[in-house]
Write a new protein. Structure first.
Lengths: 115, 116
């Protein structure tokens, strides 16, 4: 079974600074997808960024980027120019290559942004 | 922009009672999911549903749980006899038929279930 591990229960960053959230996963599949979801206090799950395992290029979405190390099974999220609105719980998630498969989530990292 | 909706936003029930949580997936989506999140814990997969059948279910999804798509728009999760440990946030998600490269799942805002 696939597992996703987020080893940082909490992280904090100053506004306008950069922060990196860590995620590792374990799988025997060669085809899969990785995601970072943001969960603000409203508890709505919002997709931040996604990465296809077959792509070597790291995904980027505006201030959000990932460092995908396939051999190390590592998938970290970098938030640049942090904003107060970035404060939330962040979940790393894995989906196998099977179309429409389930998401497996990590334990989450609470990100606090200080003004 | 289309979105997944869920009702009610908060449901309070007595232990042993039946509850039905409702979801309206995005209209052209055909795969549906239920996840739950116990307070302070990670989000856990319960069940996936396609073509009026369960595609996959987790160990959590025991005989107390059932899912149904009673009409062309609603997708429901029923818990027959609620337990205290069923208290959680329940998320519905859906994804489309398009063979996209990532099959993004779109989440609803969740239903907070409190079992007393």
């Amino acid at each position: 079974a696939q597992t996703v591990t987020q080893s940082q229960p909490e992280m904090s960053v100053q506004e306008a600074e950069t922060v990196t959230l860590s995620c590792t996963y374990d799988t025997s599949e060669s085809d899969y997808y990785l995601f970072w979801y943001k969960q603000p206090p409203s508890r709505q799950m919002i997709l931040v960024i996604r990465q296809e395992a077959y792509k070597q290029q790291n995904a980027t979405e505006n201030r959000f980027s990932v460092n995908f190390q396939k051999a190390a099974k590592s998938f970290s999220l970098k938030i640049s120019d942090s904003q107060l609105g970035d404060a939330a719980m962040y979940f790393c998630a894995y989906k196998g290559g099977t179309s429409y498969g389930k998401l497996t989530f990590g334990q989450g990292t609470i990100l606090t942004v200080h003004p | 922009e289309p979105e997944v909706t869920q009702t009610p936003s908060h449901q309070v029930t007595q232990m042993g009672q039946e509850v039905i949580l409702r979801c309206v997936p995005i209209s052209n989506h055909l795969y549906f999911y239920w996840y739950r999140q116990i307070l302070g814990q990670k989000v856990e997969f319960l069940v996936s549903f396609y073509n009026n059948e369960i595609s996959e279910k987790s160990e959590i999804f025991d005989d107390q749980f059932s899912v149904e798509r009673p009409d062309g728009s609603n997708f429901t999760l029923k818990i027959r006899s609620t337990k205290l440990e069923d208290s959680a946030m329940y998320f519905c998600a859906s994804t489309g038929m398009r063979l996209s490269s990532y099959n993004e799942q779109f989440f609803g805002p969740g239903t907070r279930l409190t079992v007393l």
